[in-house]
Every structure is written in C-alpha cells, then in structure tokens.
Design a protein around this ligand. Structure first.
Ligand code: FO1
Length: 316
C-alpha cells in the first residue's frame, strides 16, 4: 500500500515514526513543510525536513524532538563570542547538515536533491520531499511587527500576539518533483497532527496541491493536533485563538473539510463528533496523544487499517 503523508516537524514525526515501523517504508512518501526554513550564519536551515529525517533515522534528540542526539554546541558558543546571534541552537553535528545543504544549493542542486542526499546518508528509506523547491518563508504579522517563523517561535518564544500569517512567494511556487504524483498515486493520504496554520497550511497553499487533495478527498485521513482545546505540540492553540479560529477539534476539522473525508480525534473530544460529522466528515475516535513508541505505532496501524478497510470496501 502506497501512503503519502503531509508533515510539519515534531508532532508529525511521532506518527511518521510509527508509520515507518508499521509499513514498508519504501512505500511511504512524506511531503514536508518548508515555510519554517531560515538562513542563519549564511547557512540554509530546513528544520522540518531535518526533524523528519533525523527522527526516522533514529538520531533525533529525544528530549527536544529536533536537532541530533548527543550534541555539543562549541561552534555556536564561539559564534556568540563574535557577537553572532545564538538564540537558534545549532549543534556542532547538526551544523554539518546545514553546511552540506548550503554547499549543495550553491553548487546548483535543488532542495529536493539535498533532502534526498541527507536521507540517503542516514539510511532513511521513506521518500522525504520538500513541499516545494522554492523559498517560501512563513511570515508572522505580530503586534511587534513582521517576524519570520523562527524569530517568532524561538527568538520571541511565540509570545507576541499574532495578527496574520503569510507564505512569502507561495503564489509562484511549484510543488517539488514527485509531490503531486505521490498524492495522486497513493492508496491513502495522511495529514499528520501538525499545526494546521503554519505546518499543514503552507503545504496546502502550494499551487495545485489543495485541488489535488480535494480530488482525493475520500482517501485522505487527518489526525487532529488539538486535544481537549490544547495543542499536542507547540503554539497551535495560541495562534488559532489569536487569529479567531475555534481552538478545538471542530475548529481544525473546518480547516480541512474540503480536503479530508476522515478525521481522527482523541476520545477526550468525543463530544464534538456530531458537529464534525455535520461537516461531511467521518469521525474516528482513537487515542492521539503519542508518548511511547507503542503509542506511535498503534496510531499508525489504526490509520493504515482505515485505508485497508476502504480498499476492501469495508465501512468502518
Ligand atoms: N526549536 C527551539 O525551540 N529552539 C531552538 O533553538 C531550535 C533550534 C533548532 C535547530 C535546528 C532544527 O532543525 C530545529 C530547531 N528547532 C528549535 C526546532 C524548530 O524551530 C521548530 O520546532 C520547527 O521549525 C517547527 O516544526
């Protein structure tokens, strides 16, 4: 069974790790948000691509969910001594990834080729694709001015009140090679439990991508990233509330209703099922809080089971 997944960073990686164990990873294509990408110290940094790759390779820092395990920060400390910004914690080994990416891009490679090169080096078998090869930085309009996403999230700790979100240059971006094909050919498409505004939002904003998913709506399953009115990871809840969205499973369902026919919510939100179903979505209740590896694999198997049931024409 071929599966395509839309993913942000840490939240998505938990489910992706489960999928990587529950299925043949050669049949898994992951389309990753690149709106979080940033240039720092002259280096091209793609946090979500790296988080997904490091997680599937089993080398991610287990405490943070980003960066590499067993890191040291000598280079960053030295940069700080020169007065360079050190708020974005780039470890010594992680820096090698960014140096490699920057060098490849300068030599004329695309971001897709870089992603493939890094995944291959780590022996990751799943196909990891950036949503686009063009730079489309997510910009956050805040009460303190316009910030790029990492400035907002890491430097300002997601504290400024936000007024709007835009993806710079998205109108003229193209889906990266293989993105549309993988969505068209997949037996099932999964929208991972990532921030709907700044992780899945940019992916859906890549021209033609939303329309491609609309055409496959019945084969698209989303896992809700909000449980009991709170985000599973990161500041989704705060951002949704500040932008006037309903901070609930229903609020997320409304954002996905045109692209997704099946919505997985945690049993804690069972009370919202009927209102979500009135949007024309089928609701599946299933624990979505993934702490242990078994939780990740169990949820992955449940999602795959839904696709297997659909392929066999089984309802439920
Ligand atoms: N997140 C933080 O909260 N603080 C950091 O200093 C930080 C550094 C960092 C370095 C490399 C990398 O790939 C990711 C990093 N992240 C850091 C995570 C990142 O900011 C976000 O989690 C993603 O952009 C959202 O998925």
């Amino acid at each position: 069974m071929n599966i395509a997944a839309l993913a942000g960073g840490v939240g998505a990686s938990k489910l992706l790790l489960g999928l990587n164990r529950a299925m043949d990873s050669l049949q898994l294509t992951i389309i990753v948000n690149t709106g979080d990408d940033v240039v720092l110290h002259g280096l091209a940094i793609s946090p979500d691509l790296d988080i997904v790759t490091y997680t599937l390779a089993g080398v991610v820092n287990p405490q943070t969910g980003w960066g590499l395990c067993d890191e040291t920060f000598h280079t960053l400390n030295q940069l700080a001594l020169y007065g360079r910004p050190s708020w974005f914690h780039l470890g010594d080994r992680d820096l090698a990834t960014h140096i490699h990416r920057t060098a490849m891009l300068r030599e004329g490679a695309t971001l897709s080729q870089v992603a493939e090169s890094i995944a291959q080096a780590f022996g990751v078998k799943a196909k990891i694709l950036p949503m686009t090869d063009q730079a489309v930085p997510t910009m956050i309009e805040t009460e303190q001015g316009r910030l790029n996403f990492q400035e907002y999230l890491v430097q300002e700790r997601a504290e400024p009140i936000i007024r709007g979100i835009s993806f710079n240059g998205i109108e003229s971006a193209c889906p990266a090679p293989g993105v549309i094909e993988s969505l068209e050919r997949a037996d099932g498409v999964i929208i991972c439990p990532s921030n709907p505004l700044i992780s899945i939002g940019p992916i859906l904003a890549v021209p033609t991508l939303r329309e491609t998913l609309q055409a496959r709506r019945k084969d698209v399953v989303a896992v809700c990233p909000i449980v009991g009115g709170k985000s599973l990871k990161g500041p989704s809840d705060r951002m949704m509330s500040q932008l006037g969205f309903d901070v609930s499973a229903l609020g997320v369902a409304r954002m996905y209703q045109d692209v997704c026919a099946t919505f997985i919510i945690d049993p804690a939100d069972a009370g919202e099922s009927m209102r979500i179903e009135s949007l024309g979505m089928k609701v599946i209740l299933c624990p979505t809080v993934m702490q242990a590896l078994e939780d990740k694999e169990r949820l992955a198997r449940q999602v795959l089971h839904l696709f297997a049931g659909q392929a066999a024409g089984v309802d439920g």
